[in-house]
Design a protein around this ligand. Structure first.
Ligand SMILES: *[C@@H]1O[C@H](CO)[C@@H](O)[C@H](O)[C@H]1NC(C)=O
Ligand SMILES: *[C@@H]1O[C@H](CO)[C@@H](O)[C@H](O)[C@H]1NC(C)=O
Ligand SMILES: *[C@@H]1O[C@H](CO)[C@@H](O)[C@H](O)[C@H]1NC(C)=O
Ligand SMILES: *[C@@H]1O[C@H](CO)[C@@H](O)[C@H](O)[C@H]1NC(C)=O
Ligand SMILES: *[C@@H]1O[C@H](CO)[C@@H](O)[C@H](O)[C@H]1NC(C)=O
Ligand SMILES: *[C@@H]1O[C@H](CO)[C@@H](O)[C@H](O)[C@H]1NC(C)=O
Ligand SMILES: *[C@@H]1O[C@H](CO)[C@@H](O)[C@H](O)[C@H]1NC(C)=O
Length: 923
């Protein structure tokens, strides 16, 4: 009998073991059946209930329900995508060991935690993305058997409750994407069984808790993007069992601690996007299990760690965007015969990222032996020397080769057939030419090509234009290409994928008519070429199709004729640059469809007519530059309401006239207002103190992403040409921080509105060459960041206000040719200006040679008039290649590294800015 029973049991065991779902041996307990049946009736949307949930059918067979094989009690419940208002029914499933809910809307079940806390045998609890409202502290928790707790993707916006840290059997804890705040408890936590701790994407805003490093079984730790700051503790603790560590995208600012190099089982190490500093120890070669290392986006220094060939399992290595120096070959150092021994074949490295460092020397040939390499990034370094076929000879897997912005020369045989079929080739800034790189013809999979600034001459071969139809990113700019551009098309199989398709052909000598383009192209730069004739071939060709073009730069060509009235199909345009051509006539009516337009630059053409009313619908504009044309008439009052996001408004050197409308002051975001050299009359609007952006400045530095228009970071960001300190400057990367107001050379009269002095963030104003009168506002010293003030050639009278002396950032001042009188206030700043800044007045005191009499007045005496040599044009370009936000405010970018830029930058920056920079450069 006993034997039979055992046999039956064994048989049963096998049946159960080999059946995926619970076999029907008896049925679901009656009360549990009823509970689940009423749950089914209660949930709001019965369509989401699995079809197997049939009333009357054994609930152990319902999808997501698992019963104990013997007791027939429900031990597991898995539900998703439902809405449940109350969890109290759970209390009739007292054997529940595993409760798993994904995307179950529980926001009405406010007592969820209290209910679940009454389940006596819970082992695994998952409530992910369940819209829970809050999580409370429990005086007594019954979760002593809990092994898995997953509360991810719920915005709790509060600290983690203490009971969570008291679950001594917990093995896996997932609190990711919960917006939990810090700090962590500092008492002795009891998570002694924890092996997996995921808490990425939270807002802890605190240090790494020390107890974490005493958690002796931890294998998987992920605190990515969770607001952790400060040091990674140097104290070794017991955490060396780690296999997976992700602390990326936090504010960690220490060195890499030595204990990390003792984690022999570590497979993945992600520490990117912090502020980690110091060198990478050679001890890293101890990490014999490692497959992925990402240390990018820190400020690590020293030589590259010598890991390739030592860490035989390494597949992914990223050291991008740090400050590593020395030779790339350091990666292989000490293994000089590593490859000659034929071990090269065993390198498993598939992705190597070294871009954005300060690496020097040449590209080592050993790189060409990494036979598994698919992705290689080394752009933005300082490599020099010649690259030949042999560098690539053993790279059959290479798909992406990104090495732009180095001083490398490519010398390959004219008939070279690369061993790889790459999709991305970026060698911009290399010395490639003068002949076109014919080997590109062999690259049948190519989608991204950057051969910009390569010294390539002559025509682009026809086969390349044909090939270009499969290219989604093409950068041919800054070469010496000649000839016509036939057509810029996109392969039909790509159309509909949405793009972006980016085509940069600027700064060459392309000529002839503008090419026609396919409708899918998103960005097109043909600027600074010799294209001629009109726009109609380009604009008006296709009827009844809609173009996806968002950025169109046709500036600096020889385009002529009127702007055709063909904008109907181009309504996606965000940026339209037609500057520096020979366009004539007015602004066509159809431009009113461009309601996505952010930036319009028509500077220096021969356009005429009144201020374009077709812009009325372009209500998202950040910039309007109509300078140096022949526009006439007054400014419409609607502009205040229609251009509420305008940042740059430049009408300089036209024939605009009439009075300035009050509504101008509604332009709250305005940072650059240039109305100079027109014939405006009347007074300066009293309300100019309402330009909020000039009062408060940008709330946050670095929030100028909206001014970076291109998908390809940094290619096109907003810029403005500003006359400042008597010179013209092109502001782009620092535009977000610059403010100026220029109304010079008009016929404005009356005095300066007192409200001007409210503009505490205004850096420059120029009211010169008008008929202004009255006194200089007494509170001008409140304008704390003024760098440049020009009030010359007006009829201002009275004394120079004493508060002028507090303008410590002032570096340009011109008060000449007014009726000012009295003593020049004493300050370090004012006396340092050239006497010509004050000439043509009745002033005395330094820097003038005329001493004031004892009562501070001028002795009766005339001045000799010097001709000042202002208006010398000094074009200043900060490279457009790299974005301000990322590199400057982020991880210390090239502006701070590239000495020539930095010097050019400093040349026109005042002390305040210099101090700011000095502060930032500490990082
Ligand atoms: C119950 O059945 C499942 C699958 O059918 C099996 O994995 C499990 O081991 C069985 N449990 C017992 C106690 O037999
Ligand atoms: C948190 O939940 C409790 C119920 O458990 C509720 O009484 C309380 O109002 C909630 N607190 C907040 C801030 O929502
Ligand atoms: C996260 O929580 C903090 C503090 O409660 C709150 O200020 C912040 O807005 C929350 N963030 C998100 C994305 O919910
Ligand atoms: C690191 O960050 C912490 C916390 O933000 C700060 O107190 C400390 O001064 C920083 N240390 C360094 C070296 O920057
Ligand atoms: C490491 O763990 C052991 C027990 O697991 C403990 O005795 C020891 O104190 C721990 N060491 C540290 C540095 O916490
Ligand atoms: C680039 O390298 C060449 C020699 O290979 C050198 O003559 C030249 O000065 C370098 N240019 C820069 C900008 O470093
Ligand atoms: C311009 O805007 C007005 C209302 O704001 C709208 O009625 C009109 O259709 C728009 N015109 C075009 C061409 O989009």
């Amino acid at each position: 009998m006993k034997v039979l029973a055992i046999t039956l049991w064994v048989l049963l065991f096998f049946i159960l073991k080999n059946t995926k779902f619970v076999v029907c041996v008896g049925i679901c307990r009656e009360n549990e059946q009823r509970t689940l049946e009423s749950l089914k009736k209660e949930v709001d949307d019965p369509l989401d209930i699995p079809s197997s949930w049939v009333v009357g059918k054994d609930c152990c067979e319902w999808e997501g329900v698992v019963c104990n094989n013997l007791t027939r009690r429900v031990i597991e419940l898995h539900i998703s995508y439902l809405r449940i208002n109350n969890l109290e029914w759970l209390l009739s499933l007292l054997s529940l060991e595993n409760l798993e809910m994904y995307h179950v809307d529980l926001h009405e079940a406010t007592n969820w935690l209290q209910v679940i806390n009454m389940l006596p045998s819970l082992v695994d609890l998952t409530l992910s993305n369940c819209s829970l409202l809050n999580i409370t502290n429990l005086l007594h928790h019954n979760f002593s058997s809990l092994e898995t707790l997953d509360l991810s993707s719920t915005k709790f916006n509060s600290p983690i409750p203490n009971w969570v840290f008291n679950l001594s059997n917990l093995v896996s804890l997932n609190l990711s994407d919960c917006n939990f705040t810090g700090p962590f408890p500092d008492f002795q936590v009891n998570l002694i069984s924890l092996t997996t701790f995921r808490a990425f994407e939270n807002s802890f805003n605190c240090l790494l808790p020390e107890w974490l490093f005493d958690t002796s079984n931890l294998e998987h730790l992920n605190l990515r993007s969770s607001g952790i700051k400060g040091a990674i503790p140097n104290k070794s603790g017991n955490i060396t069992t780690l296999k997976y560590l992700d602390l990326s995208d936090n504010n960690l600012n220490s060195t890499i601690p030595n204990w990390l190099y003792r984690c022999k089982d570590l497979e993945s190490l992600y520490l990117s996007d912090n502020r980690l500093e110091g060198a990478v120890s050679s001890l890293i070669s101890n990490l014999s299990s490692i497959t992925n290392i990402d240390l990018s986006g820190n400020i690590l220094t020293g030589k590259l760690p010598n890991v390739i060939g030592i860490l035989g399992k390494l597949e992914f290595l990223s050291l991008s965007k740090n400050q590593f120096e020395g030779q790339v070959s350091e990666l292989f150092k000490g293994r000089s015969n590593f490859f000659s021994r034929g071990l090269g074949n065993t390198s498993s490295l598939m992705e190597l990222r070294l871009d954005g460092n300060k690496l020097t020397g040449t590209l080592p040939k050993s790189l060409g032996q990494l036979s598994m390499l698919e992705y290689f990034f080394i752009s933005n370094n300082k490599l020099e020397g010649v690259v030949t076929e042999s560098h690539f000879s053993k790279l059959p897997q290479l798909q992406l080769f990104s090495a732009s912005r180095n001083n490398l020369t490519l010398k390959v045989n004219r008939n070279w057939i690369p061993p790889f079929q790459a999709t991305n080739i970026a060698i911009g800034g290399w010395n490639i030419g003068p002949l076109f790189p014919m080997w590109l013809r062999t690259q049948e999979m190519i989608m991204n090509v950057d051969i910009s600034d390569g010294g390539i001459q002559g025509e682009v071969p026809t086969w390349f234009w044909n090939l270009s139809s499969q290219i989604v990113f093409l950068n041919l700019s800054h070469n010496q290409f000649i000839g016509e551009v036939p057509i810029i098309s996109t392969a039909s199989w790509l159309v509909g994928l949405g793009g972006p398709w980016l085509m940069y052909l600027g700064s060459n000598n392309f000529s002839g008519s503008l090419p026609r383009i396919s409708t899918s192209i998103t960005e097109l730069d043909l600027s600074n070429n010799l294209f001629s004739k009109g726009l109609s071939n380009f604009l008006c060709e296709a009827k009844n199709v809609s173009y996806n073009l968002e950025i169109l730069n046709l500036g600096k060509n020889n385009l002529s004729e009127e702007i055709p009235n063909c904008w109907m199909n181009w309504s996606k345009l965000k940026v339209l640059i037609l500057r520096e051509n020979n366009l004539i006539g007015g602004i066509p009516r159809s431009m009113e469809v461009l309601n996505s337009l952010l930036s319009l630059d028509l500077r220096r053409n021969r356009l005429n007519g009144p201020f374009p009313s077709s812009l009325k619908n372009c209500t998202k504009l950040h910039k309007i530059d109509l300078a140096e044309n022949e526009f006439v008439g007054g400014l419409p009052s609607w502009l205040g309401m229609r251009f509420s996001t305008l940042i740059v408004f430049i009408l300089r050197s036209n024939k605009f006239n009439g009075e300035l409308p009050q509504e101008l002051c509604q332009l709250k975001d305005l940072q650059i207002l240039d109305l100079a050299n027109n014939t405006f009359v009347g007074i300066i609007p009293r309300c100019i103190g309402n330009f909020s952006a000039m009062v408060k400045g940008k709330n946050e530095v670095g929030d100028d992403d909206e001014l970076n228009y291109s998908y390809f970071f940094g290619v096109l960001r907003e810029s403005a040409m500003v006359t400042n300190k008597g010179n013209k400057y092109q502001y782009d990367t620092i535009l977000a921080l610059f403010t100026s107001m220029d109304m010079s050379s008009n016929n404005l009269s009356g005095d300066i509105p007192i409200s001007l002095t409210r503009l505490a963030r205004l850096r420059s104003f120029n009211f010169s060459k008008n008929n202004l009168t009255g006194r200089i506002p007494n509170d001008i010293g409140d304008m704390k960041v003024l760098e440049s003030v020009d009030l010359s050639e007006n009829q201002f009278f009275g004394q120079i206000p004493q508060s002028f002396s507090s303008l410590s950032t002032l570096s340009y001042l011109n008060l000449s040719d007014n009726n000012l009188s009295g003593m020049i206030p004493l300050s370090t700043q004012l006396q340092s200006f050239d006497p010509t800044s004050f000439q043509g007045n009745k002033l005395c005191g330094l820097p003038l040679s005329l001493n004031c009499s004892s009562n501070g007045n001028i002795p009766n005496h005339e001045y000799e008039d010097d001709e000042s040599d202002e208006d010398e044009v000094d074009w200043f370009y900060i490279s457009m290649a790299i974005g301000f936000a990322l590199t400057f405010w982020g991880v210390c970018g090239s502006l701070l590294f590239k000495r020539s830029w930095r010097h050019a930058y400093f040349r026109f920056l005042d002390r305040g800015w210099e101090m700011l920079l000095a502060k930032l450069s500490i990082c």
